[in-house]
Design a protein around this ligand. Structure first.
Ligand SMILES: *[C@@H]1O[C@H](CO)[C@@H](O)[C@H](O)[C@H]1NC(C)=O
Ligand SMILES: *[C@@H]1O[C@H](CO)[C@@H](O)[C@H](O)[C@H]1NC(C)=O
Ligand SMILES: *[C@@H]1O[C@H](CO)[C@@H](O)[C@H](O)[C@H]1NC(C)=O
Ligand SMILES: *[C@@H]1O[C@H](CO)[C@@H](O)[C@H](O)[C@H]1NC(C)=O
Ligand SMILES: *[C@@H]1O[C@H](CO)[C@@H](O)[C@H](O)[C@H]1NC(C)=O
Ligand SMILES: *[C@@H]1O[C@H](CO)[C@@H](O)[C@H](O)[C@H]1NC(C)=O
Ligand SMILES: *[C@@H]1O[C@H](CO)[C@@H](O)[C@H](O)[C@H]1NC(C)=O
Length: 318
């Protein structure tokens, strides 16, 4: 399984609790209220209904992967042709730091990563989940179209897709005020916020078609050509309206033949992009404002032509 921490900022300690602010479970009819922009001066629990404007993790990262295989092709788990895949929708704090596994009563991740809430031996242990997989939560809602979409676009490498969705939900989504259980009011149905989060992550994902944007600039997967980070970064920034974070894996440039002798120790295989946003009101409504990545906006090599954007393996996409 492939998981990554936010590149910038410090990991803050998160207290496990059933509700981030002790919101009431009544009357959160949010469209009656003025949507407040997350990370603005008014976006604090004493000034707004935390169910209706995000007051906990106000910097939203819509994140995607570019993988060339899943490792589970034999079980039909393949990558979507001509599309990057959905990684998650993360609630960072406004300064780019973040916390995780904020509500252990909603812990559905069979392989918690990290294993404690602060990632250290002295943190609260995150108990591995052993119940029905999170994909089954959609069934009582009849959301089979959503499930099919997720199995097409929200793809894990090295583990079943549903384990990855559970990881994204329990590690990250439990840290939003706006997806907190009390926000769903007195008629809350079990796992309603899980479905809502999945739909919202997809809503954000659909706004940032990385493959299409790069393709339009002539940047296509290739095992024979390389690209410059500048061209990739500026293309995506142009379309998104702010500079995203671009993540690379693979060897460091100056350990490769092409980069031999240079001082560029950035990584050379493009694999991730994180689009940063503030949001008016509930993230669910999708009223985003693009913002630049906080801190460093890449770990990739910056030398001209240093980046591989590899084609998928044969049989790994459909
Ligand atoms: C919601 O209901 C609670 C309890 O009845 C009340 O105290 C609060 O003022 C109400 N909030 C709004 C925004 O109507
Ligand atoms: C946990 O350990 C870290 C590093 O050893 C330390 O900085 C931190 O204060 C400790 N936290 C608690 C809650 O004991
Ligand atoms: C399943 O998880 C629960 C809650 O963490 C735990 O009490 C139980 O022992 C686990 N069961 C198995 C078979 O691991
Ligand atoms: C880098 O160049 C040196 C000197 O020409 C050579 O010995 C070495 O094998 C090269 N390393 C790589 C990774 O190509
Ligand atoms: C790569 O570059 C870094 C400086 O950016 C240098 O410290 C390191 O020794 C270099 N490694 C190689 C293999 O050249
Ligand atoms: C975002 O980054 C771009 C490019 O570096 C810069 O021109 C712009 O001013 C930045 N925007 C903000 C709000 O800092
Ligand atoms: C392209 O290269 C990547 C990385 O080496 C490899 O995984 C993939 O199978 C290759 N794709 C094709 C179509 O050759």
């Amino acid at each position: 399984m492939k998981y990554q921490f936010a590149a910038s900022g410090v990991l803050l300690l998160g207290a496990a609790s059933a509700s981030l602010y002790g919101e009431s479970n009544l009357n959160h009819t949010c469209f009656l209220q003025k949507p407040v922009l997350s990370c603005s001066a008014d976006a604090i629990p004493s000034k707004v209904d935390s169910c209706c404007s995000e007051t906990f993790g106000g910097l939203l990262l819509s994140t995607q992967f570019w993988d060339t295989y899943t490792g589970l092709e034999s079980q039909g788990q393949v990558l979507p042709k001509d599309s990057w895949t959905l990684h998650g929708l993360w609630p960072d704090f406004c300064d780019g730091s973040f916390t995780q596994y904020c509500d252990l009563t909603r812990q559905y991740d069979p392989f918690p990563s990290p294993k404690t809430t602060n990632g250290l031996p002295n943190g609260t242990v995150v108990p591995p989940y052993n119940g029905s997989n999170i994909g089954t939560f959609l069934e009582p809602f009849g959301k089979f179209d959503l499930l099919a979409y997720m199995n097409k676009y929200w793809i894990s490498q090295g583990s079943p897709n549903y384990d990855f969705w559970a990881h994204e939900f329990s590690k990250h989504a439990t840290c939003y005020s706006t997806f907190d259980v009390p926000c769903y009011g007195p008629e809350y149905r079990q796992h309603e916020e899980v479905v809502d989060f999945f739909e919202t992550a997809i809503k954000f994902y659909k706004k940032v078609p990385t493959f299409r944007w790069l393709h339009g600039a002539g940047i296509k997967p290739s095992n024979t050509t390389t690209y410059s980070l500048d061209a990739i970064q500026s293309t995506l920034a142009h379309h998104h309206g702010a500079v995203p974070y671009i993540g690379c894996s693979g060897p460091r440039y100056n350990t490769t033949a092409a980069g031999n002798g240079t001082m560029d120790r950035g990584f050379t295989v493009i694999s991730e992009v994180w689009y940063y946003n503030h949001v008016y009101g509930r993230p669910q409504d999708g009223h985003t404002v693009a913002v630049n990545a906080t801190g460093s906006n890449t770990n990739c090599a910056t030398s001209p032509g240093a980046i591989h954007y590899y084609e998928r393996s044969k049989g790994s996409e459909a």
